[in-house]
Ligand binder design. Structure first.
Ligand code: FES
Length: 426
């Protein structure tokens, strides 16, 4: 449970808010690389951390990320023309280069002196790992890029999609580290519907697809340089326990559980504003290109890549259309049209409202990762206000970690769990 002030602190990410300032100390994904491919191509527009942003690739191939409002009269520069190494505003024709300098001011009698004094607001930009990244913090700070494993791989080893989740970033992020609930969601979809007796216990999906009563399931955490390691241990009374190890990485990344055939993933819960999130989903194989079948499945809405309305980042099954749910009165999967646990989790996170009231919640011990993530975020935001920069923003190498599913002796603790060692790449 949080106080109203804490809930505000941890969820509000606009300019000049403590959490907004913290997030602006990191490189953050702003566009998929395919949104800005061609020199002099159409500019791309988005909203990031509560600010309108325009991106363009100039004639020379350089990327520019600008505040969308033209410094002259505030017209949205994404309606402008990208030509000859600059983006020209559609209203009166001022033209800006990727660094915000004014190159041209048609019909302006005092152009020469104005061009020396006026600049568009620009942000740091780089392209890496199939994404375009922005840095919106103070120019004198220079954070390191988070060196995710998937970013270091050849392009054909990964698939990236993105979509909007209609709620605050923290709801999605907290769903991403809520390992103890994954098995229940899975059971909802592919097992028998819960009964009064069984819902009182934790449930786990057996390997053979049969539902079993679990003896216990517990979540433990370890503080790391990147954020938190989150480990859920499932004890079925055997000599060994199955573990699910995931990560929360500052400020808004989580790793989903590994998929079949060695596929791994990463989720970035990037705030659009306080009430919407752009979720970047990365699926990758560390050792080989993804197969045609793996790619086609995901392009069709499989795995952690929800189906979208064509030409948009809005999910096909969305809040507006009631997620196209057709309820069944009996049998498995009462929410029949939601076909996987990830998409169901998105729905349930949105069902809490745009910003859930955390003053009313009743957390239990298995919510320890959620509690600690909030605590670290809030402490980091307050520390920054008091002059301490977030260490993770200057430790890109720390992000080179994987989720894993180890089997460990029954008496093992999180101290025996290590972040999967990742081989060095050239
Ligand atoms: S509003 Fe952009 S040039 Fe006038």
């Amino acid at each position: 449970m949080l106080t109203p002030e804490e809930n505000k602190l941890v969820t509000e990410i606009g300019p000049d808010t403590p959490m907004g300032d913290l997030f602006r100390r990191f490189w953050v994904p702003v566009f998929h690389a395919r949104e800005l491919v061609d020199p002099d191509g159409a500019p791309a527009r988005t909203r990031l951390l509560g600010e309108h942003i325009v991106g363009f690739r100039d004639t020379s191939g350089r990327l520019g990320i600008l505040e969308a409002a033209c410094p002259h009269r505030g017209v949205d520069l994404s309606y402008g023309v990208n030509e000859e190494n600059g983006l020209r505003c559609g209203r009166c024709g001022w033209k800006f280069d990727v660094e915000g300098n004014i190159l041209d001011m048609p019909y302006e009698p005092d152009a020469e002196s104005l061009m020396k004094t006026i600049k568009a607001v620009t942000y740091g930009v780089q392209e890496w790992g199939g994404l375009i990244w922005a840095y919106m913090g103070p120019k004198e700070e220079s954070p390191e890029r988070p060196e995710f494993e998937w970013g270091q791989l050849p392009e054909d080893h990964r698939y990236i999609s993105k979509f909007v989740q209609e709620c605050n970033y923290l709801q999605g992020l907290e769903g991403g580290i809520d390992s103890s609930r994954i098995s229940f969601l899975y059971d909802m979809l592919f097992g028998d519907p819960p009964t009064v007796e069984t819902t009182a216990d934790h449930l786990v999906q057996g390997i053979e697809g049969t539902r079993k009563k679990e003896k216990s399931q517990s979540v433990s955490i370890k503080t790391t340089d990147y954020g938190l390691m989150v480990a859920a241990s499932i004890d079925e009374g055997q000599e060994t326990n199955d573990w699910q190890v995931n990560q929360w990485m500052m400020p808004f990344y989580t790793t989903p559980k590994p998929e079949g055939d060695g596929l791994l993933g990463c989720l970035a819960w990037v705030p659009v504003d306080d009430k919407n999130t752009m979720v970047y989903v990365i699926t990758y194989h560390p050792n080989r290109p993804m197969t045609e079948e793996e790619l086609e499945t995901r392009k069709a809405g499989g795995g952690n890549h929800p189906e979208l309305n064509e030409g948009t980042y809005k999910r096909k099954r969305n809040k507006e259309n009631g997620y196209m749910i057709e309820r069944k009165t009996s049998g498995a999967n009462p929410l029949a049209t939601i076909s996987n646990e990830f998409e169901l989790a998105l729905v349930l996170e949105e069902s809490m409202g745009a910003i859930v009231d955390r003053t009313k919640e009743q957390l239990d011990p298995n919510d320890i990762a959620i509690m600690e993530t909030r605590r670290i975020l809030m402490k980091s935001a307050i520390d920054l206000r008091e002059g301490t920069e977030p260490a993770a923003a200057h430790n890109g190498a720390a992000y080179n970690v994987r989720a894993s599913s180890p089997v460990l002796k029954r008496d093992a603790s999180i101290d025996q769990v290590e972040d999967k060692p990742i081989p060095e790449r050239e």
